[in-house]
Design a protein around this ligand. Structure first.
Ligand code: UN1
Length: 510
């Protein structure tokens, strides 16, 4: 029987994973099936027909044709299209939020929050559609004018991960759309239904508003189409969210063909708690950062550096809070639960393996560390002490709720330790000491793309640029001027004088 969460969005047990444009979803099989498996009980929620090579070709050709029209549409009018998408998502927020919870496994409030993030970036994009500003420069030559303008880049390829199955697509595709681009989405094979539902909601809104196709979708049963996508010269920008291992490969392939890539890869985010910290703020932020989304955000708090003078107190409070979370682990679609399952059995294996390595490397499991004996992929969130920052397991991002707690004595030492990992996404300090807060934010402070004071590492708002340094990949998405990645810059110099002076004073007299 079709799950009621699917029915609410008009989804059936066999779905097409290919949106070809023109209101047409492919009905062809033959390219294999992608199964959507519920992380809560292991049941197959629905099967999705993967995309064939020929269908992929049709998508790219239609996207190219769509771009020719869309790039001539005034940007504020493109914003109007995204306004309709955001409105439609508002209408379907509850249903889509429940589907994200069901299929991905995050809690219902977090599923709803993810849809809210789509609405927020939609509204941001509407405003942005009237603010795609370029600069004007003063020419060194008389009677000359210089300025720069931003043109759409073309087709934008979006490869998203299971952990944010809908919001990351919206960050990319809504901003790309107001920039004048057409996007093609390959979602994670773990969350195809959330992608199909999002596409249906947005494409129906666009159609009702009289807008052409600007979003396409394909699903890959293996990696063949994804590889073709990454190598496809017709797609000038590939925006990839996922592991550092796969992201490195994607970045290399795109660079080889001189394409542009936007990489959002792993994080190994830390919080520093200094002696002046308000623990009423710090404890809930640490717990949400470490166990929210069952530790499967790229911004999840994985390391905690606590000043030695308050270490025992903080650890004690955290253990008490973790016991409270343990009582609220369960069906993610039940809004009363704080934590759902991990997304897959592989993730459970990864979690157990990291716990075993932590023990072997000398760590103490303070709480959790086990899978829960019930159907689905449930584990207990873990706190590990007794390891140093350079331990292999601490240096590695395990996509699960494991928090390594360590002691420090000086702020300089804490900042050095927090920076001493290959990744550079998000970081925070809890302090009421102004000097310490400012120190953390200096050029010699946190080396991450995101650095916060008195809030946790996860749960960024869409208004800022999102992304990180080092092995996190260097890309920036979402707010601020991240839109520039989706456009090409053109510098224009116009001579309105009657002479032909060369720059740099060069003489070239004929
Ligand atoms: C991700 O985990 O891939 O800051 C994105 C956050 C969310 C986005 C996370 N707004 O935690």
């Amino acid at each position: 029987m079709t799950h009621s969460v699917l029915t609410a969005l008009g989804l059936t047990e066999l779905e097409s994973g290919t949106y070809l444009g023109g209101g047409e979803w492919s009905t062809t099989g033959g390219a294999g099936l992608v199964e959507s498996v519920s992380p809560t009980d292991g049941q197959v929620l629905a099967r999705v027909n993967a995309t064939t090579q020929a269908e992929y070709e049709t998508i790219v050709e239609r996207a190219q044709a769509a771009f020719k029209v869309w790039r001539q549409t005034p940007a504020p009018r493109r914003g109007e299209a995204i306004r309709l998408c955001a409105d439609a998502l508002r209408t379907h927020k509850d249903a889509l939020g429940s589907l994200v919870a069901l299929e991905m496994g995050k809690s219902k409030p977090e599923g709803d929050g993810e849809v809210q993030e789509m609405i927020d970036i939609g509204e941001f994009a509407v405003g942005l559609s009237r603010q795609l500003y370029g600069l004007t420069m003063h020419s060194e030559r008389p009677g000359h004018r210089m300025y720069e303008q931003w043109h759409p880049i073309g087709l934008v390829g979006i490869i998203s991960a299971f952990n944010f199955p809908v919001a990351v697509w919206a960050w990319n595709s809504f901003v790309a759309a107001v920039c004048g681009d057409i996007s093609i989405w390959k979602p994670s094979p773990k969350t195809p239904l959330s992608a199909i539902a999002s596409m249906k909601i947005c494409n129906e809104a666009l159609k009702a508003g009289g807008f052409p196709d600007i979003f396409f979708l394909f699903n890959d049963a293996g990696n063949e189409l994804a590889q073709r996508f990454v190598d496809d010269k017709r797609v000038p920008l590939i925006s990839f969210t996922g592991s550092t291992k796969v992201g490195r490969h994607v970045g290399e392939c795109v660079a080889r063909r001189m394409g542009r890539s936007l990489l959002e890869l792993g994080g190994n985010n830390a919080i520093i708690v200094d002696p002046s910290a308000d623990l009423n703020l710090a404890i809930p932020a640490i717990v949400f950062g470490a166990v929210g989304t069952a530790g499967q955000r790229c911004t999840t708090t994985r390391r905690l550096f606590v000043h030695e003078s308050i270490y025992d107190e903080v650890l004690g409070k955290l253990k008490t809070a973790y016991k409270q979370v343990e009582g609220k682990i369960g069906d993610p679609t039940d809004a009363a639960n704080l934590m759902g399952p991990l997304n897959s059995q592989d993730a459970v294996k990864g979690y157990l393996d990291a716990i075993a390595r932590a023990k072997a490397q000398g760590g103490t499991i303070e709480t959790g560390g086990e899978a829960i004996d019930r159907p689905g992929n449930f584990v207990l969130p873990a706190i590990v002490t007794g390891l140093t920052n350079d331990a292999e397991v601490v240096q590695t991002e395990t996509f699960a709720p494991i928090l390594y707690v360590m002691k420090y004595s000086t702020l300089e030492e804490a900042i050095e330790l927090q920076n001493a990992v290959p990744q550079g996404l998000s970081s925070s300090i809890f302090t009421t000491n102004l000097k310490n807060a400012e120190q953390f934010l200096t050029a010699w402070g946190s080396d991450c793309g995101i650095a916060n004071v008195n809030i946790g590492t996860s749960g960024a708002e869409i208004g800022g640029a999102f992304g990180g340094e080092k092995e996190t990949g260097g890309g920036r998405e979402s707010g601020s001027d991240a839109w520039k990645a989706y456009m090409r810059r053109q510098t224009n110099t116009i001579n309105y004088s009657d002479s032909m002076p060369l720059a740099q004073g060069i003489k070239f007299d004929l």
